[in-house]
Every structure is written in C-alpha cells, then in structure tokens.
Design a protein around this ligand. Sequence first.
Ligand SMILES: [Zn+2]
Ligand SMILES: [Zn+2]
Length: 179
Amino acid sequence: MSVQTGPLVIDTHELGRRPGNERTYHLSVEVPAQWGYDVYGVPEGSLIDLELRLETIMDGILATGTTAVTATGECVRCLTDVEDEIDLEVQELYLFDRPSDPEEAEESQWLEGDLLDLEPTLRDAVVFALPQHPLCDPECPGLCPECGARLADDPDHTHGAQIDPRWSALTQMIEPPKE
Ligand SMILES: [Zn+2]
Ligand SMILES: [Zn+2]
C-alpha cells in the first residue's frame, strides 16, 4: 500500500483502538477508477452510496459495508449495451500493524496510521461479482456472421444461397477452373 488519499480512505482516529468501539458511516462517493475489466465494469466517477460499520476488535478494525453498484459494458456476443445492478456486501479486517510475515501480509489489509482504505476491498468484491462474459441475455444468439445484424432482433432472417458480392471473387478462386 502506498500513500493513501481518495474518497474511500477513512480516518479512524475518532473510532479509537479500544475493542468494542463502533461507528457507522454513510458515505456518498465517486468511484475513483474503473472497477472491473476494460470492457465491463463500474465506470470511474460512478456515484455510490455506502453504509459502513467500523468495529474495533483486538487486532484491528473490522469494516462491514453494503452498497449497490451499476456495472456497464457490452454483450460479448452482440455488442449491445449491458447494465447490471450488483449488490455488494463486504467485510474486511484491517490490522493495526502490517504483518511481519510476507505471506500473511500478502493476504491482509492494514491501517496506515489511522487511515483505512476501503477501495481495494470494494474493487476486489466488484471484480469477483462481475460476469467475465457479460451477456444481454443468457440465450443471446449473437450477430449474423454474414451481415452483422443482431439475431435477437431478427431471428429468422436468412441470406438464402446468395453470396455476398465481396466474397464472390474469392469463391471463383477456390473453384477449380473449368475447361
Ligand atoms: Zn447479446
Ligand atoms: Zn444476416
């Protein structure tokens, strides 16, 4: 973790480090960078409302958050715009100190001073929840390979035996020359 600034960095100073202390927050923040994949995700600048509870326990601060985000992108088969509402519920322990064991540090989050950065936790939860192959419909038939029409809009259209003029020259090359 590096220098922590951002809309999802929370100063836990007022919460204190006595086990049992608890505080709830309502945050309305902009997503600081695209969460997800290039073609599908929660876009940078999306506004999210986050209900957050912080609870001090022995080793650190337990953060529990709930929010709903909207992921947008394109159907991988027909390229139509796709939008999904995703309810997120995250829970993460932020240790007071960085673990000395590197392997443990790899799997842990910790506070930087009093600052707790929720962004990696939320981002990971979004990536985990997103479909890797977004579809406008599970049965989306995709695009017509001949004309590119969206088959869901026009499932019965055919091109008969017609050959696209762009391909006819190619067909002639493939057919053996006639004597
Ligand atoms: Zn589709
Ligand atoms: Zn077609």
